[in-house]
Design a protein around this ligand. Structure first.
Ligand code: ATP
Ligand code: MG
Length: 611
C-alpha cells in the first residue's frame, strides 16, 4: 500500500521517534485530520476526505548533490516509520534556493530512493513534491504576516543587520524600520516581488523579539531579493523565501505529521512553531500542525558525509566520479555491491538517538554479510595467481589432456541451487601465498621437501585442492631474481573428493584453485578484480586539525589480474557472489562484460576493519 518495502521481519528496537509517534497515535492527535488529495492550504484540506494516512513523514533533500550514506539513514527512518505505522512518506525536493539546484541531482535522488526500495506512491497518489511549487502560497503567507503585524521590510545593510542581531551574550537591537506601518510594508514587499529594488536592497523579516535568548527568534529573514533563474519556476520570481521560512510551510501544506530532521535544526524549532501557529491562527493552515523532531546525524568511521567535501574528492580527481566504489555516496555503495537490504539493515540497527553518533564502518559490512551469506552463489577465484604443475598427471590419467570433472555446491546450505561444474587438469592456478618455500611455523599449505641441518628430510606438504584431489608438493621453479614461478606437486591417487576412501589421506590444509586450461574445457576465465581499501586512513577523516585530504589512503584501490571458476562466465552485471576464502564480490555495473569480466570486492569474509 504505502512506503514499502516489507518491513525486515525481526522486531525493531524502540527509540524515541517511534515512541513519539506511538504516543501521538494513541492520543488520537490526527484522528480528525483531512487531506485534500494534494498539498494545499486549510481550505483545500478541509474540502477533502479524512486523511487515509495515519501519519505523514517526508524526506526533503536539497537537489544540490548526490545522496550519501547519511541521507540513507534519514530516508530509511522517514520511509520506514511511515511504512511501520500505516503512514505515507513524501519525497520532497527542497528546491527553494535557485542557485545550486539541478535536474541531474533530482533524477539521481529519485533513482537512489527507489533503489533503496522505497516508494512514495500511496492511495493512488504519487507523493513526490517540489517545494518551489509552493512559492505562491509562501508569498501569500508573507502578505498575511505583514497584515497581521508580524513581518516588516527592513532596509538595513547586511552589516547593520548582523551587528544589530547581537550574539549569545548581547541582546539584539531593533531595526529603525521595525515599526513601519503595515501598508508601507505591504507596498514595499510587493515592489520587491515586482523587481523594483536591487538584489540585497531590503529583506522581509518576521517581527518577533530582538532580545530573545534564541538568536533564531531575533526577527529572522523570511524573503530576500535575488535575481536568479530557478530550475522549476524560471524567472517568475526575483524574491526567494529563506529555508527556515519555507520548510515549516512545506510540511504544513503537505499535511506532514512528524517532521523528522537532524539536530542542527533544534534551535529553529521555536521559529517553526511560531510561524505555523501564526498562519494557522490566520486560517491559512490546517490543524493539527506538523511537529518537528530532531535526531542525531549518522557518521560512519573512515567516511566523509558532507556533500561539499565529496564534491571536492570528485572534482580534484581523488576518485573516479560520484559512483566510484570507494565513495560513501549511495551511487558508490551500489556500484561497490552493497545491497539495498544491507543499507536498510544498517539504518535500522543504528536506531535513532538524540546526539550525533559515530558508527563503526564494520556495521555496514556486517549487514552486508548477513544479507549475502544465505543467498550469494559461491565460486572459486584466484586473485594472485601462481601456477601449480601436477607432474604425474599424464602417468596417472593416461594423457596430459585428460580433464577430471569436479563439482561443488552453488551454496553449501542450499542444495536446491544445484552444483557448479569445473575440471582439474595438469596445471592449475593457486594463490601465491598458498605456497611457501620456507614455511613459517604452523603453515599447513604447500611447501616443498627440505633437509634439516641434522640431515633429516621433511617431506613436502600435502593439501587438498578443494573439491578435487590431494596433492603433495615436490618442489618449485624460480626466475633469475629468485621469485617462484611455478610450484610442482604430485597427485595422490584415489583421493578425489566425493569418491570412496577419498579421506584416507589426512591433510591439514585445503586450498582453492582453478584449472589453468581453457574455460570451455572447465578451466578458468581471466578477469579484472578491483580490490578496495578504505578511502581514508583516519577513523574521523574530517575531524581534528587540518584538511581532510591529508587522510586520504594512497592505496585505496588495487587491481588484480585474476582467474575465476568457469561458472562465472555468464555472470550478468550487478550480480553478487561469494568467492570462497576471499569475500563478497559483484560484477561492476558499468564496466563488466562477459567477454571482459570486471568484479569489485564488496567486503571480506571477516571483519577487516576492527583493529
Ligand atoms: P550535507 O551536509 O551533506 O550537504 P544536507 O543535510 O545539507 O547534507 P540535505 O539534502 O538537506 O543535505 O539532506 C536531506 C535530509 O537528509 C535532511 O533532512 C538531513 O537532515 C538528512 N541528513 C543529511 N545528512 C545526514 C546524516 N549524516 N545523518 C542523518 N541524516 C542526514
Ligand atoms: Mg541541508
Amino acid at each position: 500500500m504505502s512506503s514499502s518495502p516489507p518491513a525486515d521481519s525481526a522486531a525493531k528496537p524502540s527509540h524515541f521517534l517511534r515512541q513519539a509517534i506511538e504516543r501521538d497515535l494513541a492520543a488520537g492527535v490526527y484522528a480528525q485530520r483531512r487531506f485534500g488529495g494534494s498539498p494545499g492550504d486549510a481550505a483545500h484540506h478541509a474540502a477533502g476526505a479524512s486523511d487515509p494516512a495515519r501519519i505523514r513523514t517526508r524526506f526533503p533533500p536539497e537537489p544540490n548533490g548526490y545522496l550519501h550514506v547519511g541521507h540513507a539513514k534519514s530516508i530509511c527512518l522517514n520511509f520506514g516509520l511511515a511504512a511501520e505505522f500505516g503512514g505515507v512518506c513524501h519525497l520532497r525536493f527542497d528546491d527553494t534556493n535557485p542557485e545550486k539546484e539541478e535536474q541531474e541531482f533530482v533524477d539521481a535522488i529519485v533513482e537512489m530512493v527507489h533503489w533503496l526500495g522505497w516508494s512514495w506512491d500511496a492511495h493512488g497518489i504519487s507523493h513526490l513534491y517540489y517545494a518551489s511549487d509552493y512559492f505562491d502560497f509562501m508569498y501569500r503567507a508573507a502578505e498575511h504576516l505583514i497584515g497581521a503585524g508580524l513581518a516588516y521590510v527592513d532596509q538595513q545593510s547586511a552589516e547593520q543587520m548582523r551587528a544589530n542581531r547581537g550574539d549569545f551574550a548581547t541582546p539584539g537591537t531593533d531595526s529603525p524600520y521595525r515599526e513601519r506601518p503595515r501598508d508601507e510594508n505591504l507596498r514595499l514587499f510587493r515592489e520587491m516581488r515586482d523587481g523594483r529594488h536591487a538584489d540585497g536592497a531590503m529583506v522581509l523579516r518576521a517581527k518577533i523579539d530582538m532580545r530573545s535568548p534564541n538568536i533564531n527568534l531575533r526577527d529572522p529573514t523570511l524573503y530576500r531579493i535575488k535575481r536568479a533563474t530557478h530550475h522549476n519556476t524560471g524567472d517568475r520570481w526575483c524574491i526567494y523565501p529563506m529555508y527556515t521560512y519555507a520548510h515549516p510551510i512545506e510540511d504544513a501544506l503537505e499535511n506532514i505529521t512528524h517532521s523528522i530532521c537532524t539536530l542542527e535544526f533544534e534551535d529553529q524549532r521555536p521559529f517553526y512553531d511560531w510561524l505555523l501557529e501564526a498562519l494557522a491562527a490566520g486560517g491559512l493552515l490546517q490543524r493539527p500542525l506538523p511537529r518537528q523532531i530532531e535526531f542525531g546525524r549518522l557518521n560512519l568511521t573512515y567516511v566523509i558525509t558532507s556533500k561539499r567535501k565529496l564534491k571536492a574528492l570528485v572534482d580534484e580527481g581523488h576518485v573516479r566520479g560520484w559512483d566510484d566504489p570507494r565513495m560513501p555516496t549511495l551511487a558508490g555503495l551500489r556500484r561497490r555491491g552493497y545491497t539495498p537490504a544491507s543499507i536498510r539493515k544498517m539504518a535500522e540497527d543504528t536506531g535513532a538517538s538524540k546526539t550525533n553518533i559515530w558508527v563503526d564502518y564494520s556495521v555496514l559490512e556486517i549487514a552486508l554479510r548477513e544479507d549475502l551469506e544465505p543467498q550469494a552463489p559461491r565460486a572459486m577465484a584466484v586473485l594472485e595467481p601462481l601456477k601449480l604443475e601436477l607432474t604425474n598427471w599424464a602417468e596417472l590419467f593416461g594423457s596430459a589432456t585428460h580433464r577430471e570433472p569436479c563439482a561443488a555446491p552453488a551454496h553449501p546450505q542450499r542444495p536446491e541451487l544445484g552444483q557448479r561444474r569445473f575440471t582439474l587438469g595438469p596445471e592449475v592456478w593457486i594463490e601465491r601465498d598458498d605456497f611457501a618455500e620456507a614455511p613459517p611455523k604452523g603453515f599447513h599449505r604447500l611447501f616443498p621437501p627440505r633437509t634439516l641441518p641434522d640431515g633429516s628430510v621433511v617431506a613436502g606438504n600435502k593439501v587438498r585442492l578443494k573439491y578435487g584431489m590431494v596433492v603433495e608438493c615436490t618442489g618449485c621453479e624460480k626466475d633469475a631474481q629468485g621469485a617462484v614461478t611455478r610450484v610442482l606437486a604430485r597427485v595422490v591417487p584415489d583421493t578425489k573428493s566425493g569418491t570412496p576412501g577419498a579421506d584416507a589421506v589426512k591433510v591439514k590444509g585445503t586450498i582453492t584453485w582453478v584449472g589453468a586450461h581453457a574455460a570451455h574445457e572447465g578451466g578458468a576465465i581471466a578477469a579484472e578484480v578491483r580490490l578496495f581499501d578504505r578511502l581514508f586512513i583516519a577513523p574521523q577523516p574530517d575531524g581534528g586539525e587540518g584538511d581532510f585530504r591529508r587522510n586520504l589512503n594512497p592505496h585505496s584501490l588495487s587491481v588484480a589480474r585474476a582467474w575465476l571458476e568457469p561458472s562465472l562466465h555468464e555472470a550478468a552485471a550487478d550480480q553478487r557472489f561469494q568467492f570462497e576464502r576471499h569475500g563478497y564480490f559483484v560484477t561492476d555495473r558499468i564496466d563488466h562484460a562477459c567477454a571482459a569480466p570486471v568484479f569489485n570486492r564488496i567486503a571480506g569474509l571477516k571483519d577487516s576493519w576492527a583493529k
